[in-house]
Structures are given as structure tokens and as C-alpha cells.
Design a protein around this ligand. Structure first.
Ligand code: FPP
Length: 229
């Protein structure tokens, strides 16, 4: 039976959900917050140690400014409003990605929620914000060079691993992308090298904890060989 420690999710399909309902795209993102809360609290109650969610990619800046601005405001509102959910469910909040690009109030909101939940011990929820795997690996290499961490004896693989944003987090066991598209879109490429992949055709706002429970059941029955026999 496969063990699930780290679950990663690409929350896709908000725009299509809104279009189907005759609403504007941003309404889909707003609705997506409810799914985010439901899935996060379910994971906290069901012994999942790490949940990483792709909330904003390094490529999402290419969307229309109105949508980018909306997502930034929604993120800030979410982090302020949901503090109670993190505290009540003993959830630790962390981020990966380069948040330097965000405005000062948003950065402070992120940092204060990280600090206020740092000792929580049920689930660690990790939001990927201004995150892209290639950018993360590039930043890791730059850090290695800047700190002169490399010597002739060093194992470069372990060095890269220990300079990634996810350095203290185990590899991804299960990666889900909702919305039916079958691609990884620059998400956790290093960490999900041996992850089991699922691509349910359900749009993120319609995705429920029952859908997740079924996928996890299926995951547990898969045999993972990590390149061996
Ligand atoms: C992809 O849907 C979703 C995103 C780019 C953003 C994910 C955001 C949320 C789930 C809600 C906001 C959460 C926070 C914490 C701000 P899409 O717009 O690509 O959908 P489409 O493929 O149907 O167009």
C-alpha cells in the first residue's frame, strides 16, 4: 500500500467554471477559495502531512492586469480571513516561490501568517506563489554559487535539493491536476519526479473532498517502484 505524505494540487478550471455559469472569470477564482478551504481542512483531518497548492505561477503575470490584480487582492483577503481556519485546525502555513515581486502589504500578510502558524503541527499547507520550477532551480543554483557552497567533494544533486524552496519538505507522492488538462505547467518538476499523477476532469470549484478521497484510495492501491522492479 502506497503511503501518502505529500499531496500536490494544480487548481485548474476556475475560468471554465465561471464561463459555464455565465459569470466573469474572476468569479471562478472566488469560488475556488471555497474548494481550497474544504480540501485543506479535509487534509488536516485525514493525516496528510504536506499539501502544496499552485496558486500563482511565474507565468500567470502574463494574464490581463485586471485578473492579476484580482488574484493578488483575493490572496490577501483569503490569508487574512482564513487565519481562523489555520488556527482552529492546527495548520501550518508556508509558501514556496519568489514573493519578492509582491507588494509590501501582501508580503507582510504572508509573513505574519507564516509566523502565527509556525508551531502548528497537523497539516503543513504550502501555497506556491509566483512559483515556477525552472525559476526555483535557477535560484537554488544562484544561491549555491553566491554562498560558495560547492566544493570538489560536494554531491551536486544533494546541494540543489538542499537549496530548493522545498528543502525541508519530502518529495511529492501524489500530484493532482483538476480540470482535465494533462500537463505539469512548471510545477514541482524536481520534487514530483516519482509522483503518481491524476488528472480528474472536474473543474476546481466543483472538486470536493469526496473526489479527493476516491483518488487517494486509488493512489493507495498503486504500486510505486521508483525506477526499480
Ligand atoms: C487556474 O484556473 C487557477 C489559477 C491560475 C489560480 C488558482 C487560484 C485559485 C484556486 C483561487 C485563488 C486562490 C488564492 C489563494 C488566491 P484557470 O483560471 O487557469 O482556469 P481555466 O483553465 O478554466 O481558464
Amino acid at each position: 500500500m502506497s503511503i501518502l505524505k505529500h499531496l500536490a494540487i494544480i487548481m485548474d478550471g476556475n475560468g471554465r467554471w465561471a464561463k459555464q455559469k455565465g459569470k466573469i472569470r474572476t468569479q471562478g477564482h472566488k469560488e475556488g477559495i471555497n474548494t481550497l478551504r474544504e480540501i485543506t481542512t479535509w487534509c488536516a483531518k485525514n493525516n496528510i502531512a504536506y499539501l502544496t497548492l499552485y496558486a500563482f505561477s511565474t507565468e500567470n503575470w502574463n494574464r490581463p492586469k485586471t485578473e492579476v490584480d484580482f488574484l493578488m487582492k483575493l490572496l490577501e483577503k483569503y490569508l487574512i480571513q482564513e487565519k481562523q481556519t489555520y488556527l482552529e485546525n492546527n495548520i501550518r502555513f508556508k509558501t514556496i516561490g519568489n514573493i519578492e515581486a509582491f507588494n509590501e502589504p501582501l508580503k507582510q500578510t504572508i509573513q505574519s501568517l507564516e509566523a502565527d502558524t509556525a508551531t502548528n503541527s497537523s497539516l503543513t499547507q504550502i501555497l506556491a506563489l509566483n512559483y515556477g520550477s525552472r525559476d526555483e532551480i535557477k535560484r537554488a543554483c544562484e544561491k549555491i554559487i553566491q554562498t560558495k557552497a560547492y566544493s570538489k567533494e560536494s554531491d551536486m544533486g544533494s546541494l540543489i535539493q538542499s537549496h530548493l524552496d522545498t528543502k525541508d519538505i519530502p518529495d511529492v507522492d501524489l500530484l493532482i491536476r483538476t480540470g482535465g488538462e494533462m500537463r505539469l505547467s512548471n510545477f514541482l518538476l524536481w520534487q514530483a519526479s516519482y509522483a503518481e499523477l491524476f488528472f480528474p476532469p472536474i473543474l476546481w470549484p466543483d472538486f470536493t473532498s469526496d473526489d479527493l478521497a476516491k483518488i487517494i484510495q486509488d493512489f493507495k492501491n498503486r504500486t510505486r517502484r521508483f525506477g526499480g522492479l
